[in-house]
Design a protein around this ligand. Structure first.
Ligand code: PEP
Ligand code: MG
Length: 950
């Protein structure tokens, strides 16, 4: 990734704070002005994304207002030093301020020629809107007149002052913003002004007096008049905004470390609110939703700073600039092309036009949907030859590929939309309306699908937005906060639906004559921006040519291959479509639940003796054989790992509570003696099977060892199926897997049984079918004695669901009771059932592989827990030398991309890889239609739910 590259460079180039050794303060401040800059893109970690790119652009000759950036090292020192400026910081800041004043030709606080500055946050990774900014700093009761005189625009000067006081009071003095905004609204009503821009100078002057009074009342002090004091306080507030709840939430969601900190950029203000030849906007060098190579963006005439991103006024499309200000449009087009060329990536650019003069205030790699990321990466490599193939692979976030597997509203659906907004992302969503972000979080925790409806979103809403299936706003454009943030997640988002009038107080919204109350289900059509009452049918997505291309490249590059967990031929076919090169786990218990089978399974469990049990088991054999034939055929010529029965037997019987209820009812009535006797027997069997902790009980190979008929039947069914498909000329590679092995004796015994039965079948059929026998490693002890287990196993598959459960001692079923608290308090970095704990569970995996391969150097090793499709876990599996990862069919593309990126970052030793059959690539060329994949968390929940009966 370009970013990763520049991070590496940053480490090398970053200037050493040599002054420290001589006792002087390190260099905390870097300037950029007049075509010269002390920093560059290479100093991203030190100057933050905003600061380093402002420096870079200054050097490139892009029109950037002059300024300076205070480093993240200064932030770290401030934080470590009890929230005090480290020695030397202020002196350096003042020296750089003097340089800035010289470049700008005005001075901070000068009553005649006042310099106004913005004080802006900037972390190394973009966190849109999550931290604070102060604009128009430097104004006071005197300099406001100076500004009015200089610009010959009294209204403008007072508008700047009221904006400054409002922002400063909110961000720096922590005064509730609502109270301040209420004053603005009241002023508008008094003056009969429709918009902020209609407020005349006298009204603004009056408003400023009111705002200052609020400050005096709330803080007990007058609004600070000394601009240097304003600057010091604003810098501290921006430092502190790193810890704002919204920023902390954002970092948690995006797994960004807390210790990066923010840089602070102080820059001369330029004004987009100086009249009709001024304006401000945000633009992208390509369409961030589709990836199409077209200029995309929005702007507002006569507006300042955050008006566009805040979504307060709905802006005009960038094309309108072409007619309004053609020269500016031409210049902006040239600059965006130059910036994209320079950074070799799609850019998100903030600009301001001050009386016809264009200034660039920020550039960064633009957030984009996964569809756009894939298209841009593929086109930049293949068509435009701007990047190489590895860079193209690194440009797409593996987890984001989920977005391409999202459902959309069925085009055949007939409905009448109650409102239409701007479609910010293509995904559709169905859910219950909720107006409060915190309530959205609560409902989502109860696994309810919700749609968050807001007039506009603000960064405080980020946790609620994340929990919701979709977001609907009545205000804001395609670059508003809601759109930018949702786009980054690929979440369904419709913004600026002007007909939607949100009435938070009564928990409803109106759209035309429709009234939709909280809890009512609506559908958002992300493709069209339509809002529909009720649940519309959603359909599976079609994957683009670019997607298939990228997947093919990933398959070609990865050395850790990807298999799927699939229990049916239909799942196997789906997995193939996504490029799986084998099945890493067939859970055979799922095959026991069919209508025709469950009575036989129950007969097997209820059997009083071995003979009766064997009779029942033999009836299951043809069913199992058919299942395996279907799967082998669907997955040929790739290997299929079939796990012998794992769950405890009580899972196949009716629930004890239900049996007891019916039994007691019949007992009381005293009729239907036959059913009564049957229930009595089931009840007795359930009581006999009852375990205090079934997950650590009679399951896995323990079951197969005590009821050998079951495993014998399964091995026979697998081998008979393999022989039958082999006879039809189909390549088949069965891998028989023993679950929950914990001792060498267990492994040896089950291995011997498997070989005995398999050989019998081969002799009976006269066929030669190669098979292998291996084990799951899901008990910590098995990992520790892996060298001895490997004497009897031809492959290992790490069952990291159980391994996590047993390593942490956290029940897979019950972790939900304390996990949210643990995550919030940072007692755990992630849900360990979703993201592999590399330090603990991962260490057992590493030890298991190393010891297993000590005995069998070519031992095939995979993973089949939920982690097999989670990108950071896949990267870990690659690093520890796994042969393959196995995950749900819908995660297969994600795992391929993650595996290819892992290989690019850290090439694997050629000996540890499984050879990739060439056909794997051809597979993905087929046009495929896919159903929506469950998210990792959801899949984990489903897996846990399945376990709930255990
Ligand atoms: C595991 O434990 O990781 C595994 C794949 O098995 P199951 O989830 O079926 O227990
Ligand atoms: Mg398991």
């Amino acid at each position: 990734m370009a970013q990763a590259g520049s991070r590496k460079r940053a480490r090398r180039i970053r200037p050493r704070p040599t002054a420290r050794s001589s006792g002087a303060a390190p260099k905390y401040v870097y300037s950029f002005a007049g075509g010269k800059a002390e920093g560059s893109s290479a100093l991203r970690n030190l100057l933050g994304g905003k600061g380093c790119e402002l420096a870079e652009m200054t050097k490139m000759g892009v029109p950037v207002p002059p300024g300076f950036t205070i480093t993240t090292e200064a932030w770290a020192a401030y934080n470590a030093g009890g929230k005090k400026h480290p020695a030397g910081l202020w002196t350096q800041a003042m020296a750089h301020l003097a340089r800035l004043e010289a470049a700008a030709g005005s001075r901070l606080g000068d009553p005649k020629r006042p310099l106004l500055v913005s004080v802006r946050s900037g972390a190394r990774a973009s966190m849109p809107g999550m931290m604070d900014t102060v604009l128009n700093l430097g104004l006071n009761d005197k300099s406001v007149d100076g500004l009015a005189a200089r610009t010959r625009n009294e209204r403008f000067a007072w508008d700047c002052y009221r904006r400054f006081i409002t922002l400063f009071a909110d961000v720096v003095l922590s005064i509730d913003r609502h109270a301040l905004d209420a004053l603005l609204e009241a002023a508008k009503t008094r003056a009969g002004a429709r918009t902020d821009a209609d407020l005349p100078a006298p009204a603004l002057r009056e408003l400023v007096a009111e705002l200052k009074k609020v400050v005096q009342d709330k803080t007990g002090r007058p609004f600070p008049q000394d601009p240097h004091e304003q600057l010091r306080l604003a810098i501290n507030a921006v430092f502190e905004s790193w810890w704002a709840k919204k920023a902390v939430d954002y970092r948690r969601i995006h797994r960004l470390p807390d210790d990066w900190g923010t840089a602070v950029t102080v820059m001369a203000m330029v004004f987009g609110n100086l009249g009709p030849t001024s304006g401000t906007g945000v633009c992208f060098s390509r369409d961030p939703s589709s990836g199409e190579r077209r200029f995309f963006g929005e702007f507002l005439v006569n507006a300042q700073g955050e008006d566009v991103v805040a979504g307060i006024r709905t802006p005009e499309p960038i094309e309108a600039l072409k007619t309004r200000m053609p020269a500016v449009y031409r210049k902006l087009t040239a600059i965006k092309d130059r910036l994209e060329q320079h950074y070799r990536d799609m850019q998100d650019i903030e600009f301001t036009v001050q009386e016809g003069q264009l200034f660039i205030l920020q550039t960064r790699s633009g957030k984009r949907t996964a569809a756009a990321a894939v298209r841009i990466a593929v086109e930049m490599f293949e068509k435009e030859k701007r990047i190489d193939r590895d860079t193209a692979l690194l440009r797409v976030e593996p987890a984001s590929l989920h977005q391409l597997l999202v459902k959309t509203v069925d085009p055949a659906a007939r409905y009448t939309a109650i409102a239409t907004g701007l479609p910010a992302t293509p995904a559709a969503a169905v859910g219950k309306v909720v107006f409060d972000p915190e309530r959205a979080v609560e409902m989502a925790l109860r696994e309810e699908a919700v749609i968050l409806v807001r007039a506009e979103t603000s960064p405080e809403d980020v946790a609620g937005m994340h929990s919701a299936q979709g977001v609907l706003t009545s205000r804001g454009g395609l670059t508003s906060h809601a759109a930018v943030v949702a786009r980054g997640w690929g979440k369904c988002c419709v913004v600026g639906a002007g007909d939607v009038v949100v009435d938070e107080e009564h928990r409803l919204f109106r759209a035309g004559r429709a009234v939709v109350r909280e809890g009512q289900v609506i559908t958002l059509n992300g493709a069209t921006g339509e809002v529909i009452v009720g649940a519309q049918p959603l359909v599976d997505p079609k994957l683009s040519d670019e997607f298939r291309k990228l997947l093919g490249w990933a398959q070609g590059r990865a050395t850790t291959t990807v298999r799927a967990n699939a229990d049916t031929p239909a799942d196997a076919i789906k997995a193939r479509e996504f490029g799986a090169v084998g099945i890493g786990l067939v859970r055979t218990e799922h095959m026991f639940f069919g209508d025709q089978r469950i009575p036989i399974v129950r007969e097997m469990i209820m059997a009083g003796d071995v003979q009766a049990r064997k009779k029942a088991v033999d009836q299951l054999l043809p069913f199992q054989r058919e299942d395996f034939i279907g799967i082998f055929r669907a997955m040929a010529p790739y290997p299929v790992t079939i796990r012998l029965l794992d769950p405890p037997l009580h899972e196949f019987l009716p629930k004890y509570k239900e049996v007891l209820e019916e039994y007691t009812r019949l007992d009381a009535r005293g009729y239907n003696p036959e059913r009564y006797a049957e229930l009595g027997a089931i009840k007795a069997r359930l009581e006999a099977l009852l375990e205090a902790n079934p997950m650590l009980g009679h399951r896995g190979c323990r079951l197969g060892i005590t009821f050998p008929e079951i495993y014998e039947m399964q091995v026979r069914a697998i081998m008979e199926a393999a022989c039958e498909v082999a006879a039809a000329g189909v390549t088949v590679e069965p891998e028989i897997m023993i679950p929950l092995t914990g001792t060498v004796a267990e492994m040896k015994l089950t291995r011997e049984m498997t070989d005995r039965v398999a050989k019998q079948v081969l002799t009976e059929t006269g066929r030669k079918v190669a098979y292998s026998v291996g084990t799951m490693i899901e008990v910590p002890r098995a990992a520790l004695i892996a060298d001895r287990i490997a004497e009897h196993a031809e492959f290992f598959s790490f069952g990291t669901n159980d391994l996590t459960q047993m390593t942490f001692g956290y029940s897979r079923d019950d972790i939900g009771k304390f996990l949210p608290f643990y995550l919030e308090k940072k007692l755990l970095p992630n849900d360990p059932f979703a993201v592999l704990d590399q330090d603990g569970v991962g260490e057992l995996v590493r030890v298991g592989i190393e010891r297993g391969r000590r005995t069998v150097p070519t031992l095939k090793v995979g993973i089949c827990g939920e982690h097999g499709g989670e990108p950071s876990s896949v990267e870990f599996c690659h690093r520890v030398g796994m042969t393959y990862v196995s995950c749900s069919p819908y995660m297969v593309p994600v795992a391929w991309l993650a595996a290819s990126q892992a290989e690019i970052k850290e090439p694997k030793h050629p000996e540890s890889g499984e050879v990739k059959p060439k056909a794997s690539r051809a597979n993905t060329r087929k046009a495929v239609t896919v159903a929506a994949r469950p998210a990792t968390r959801k899949a984990t929940r489903v897996a846990r739910k399945r376990r709930n009966t255990r």
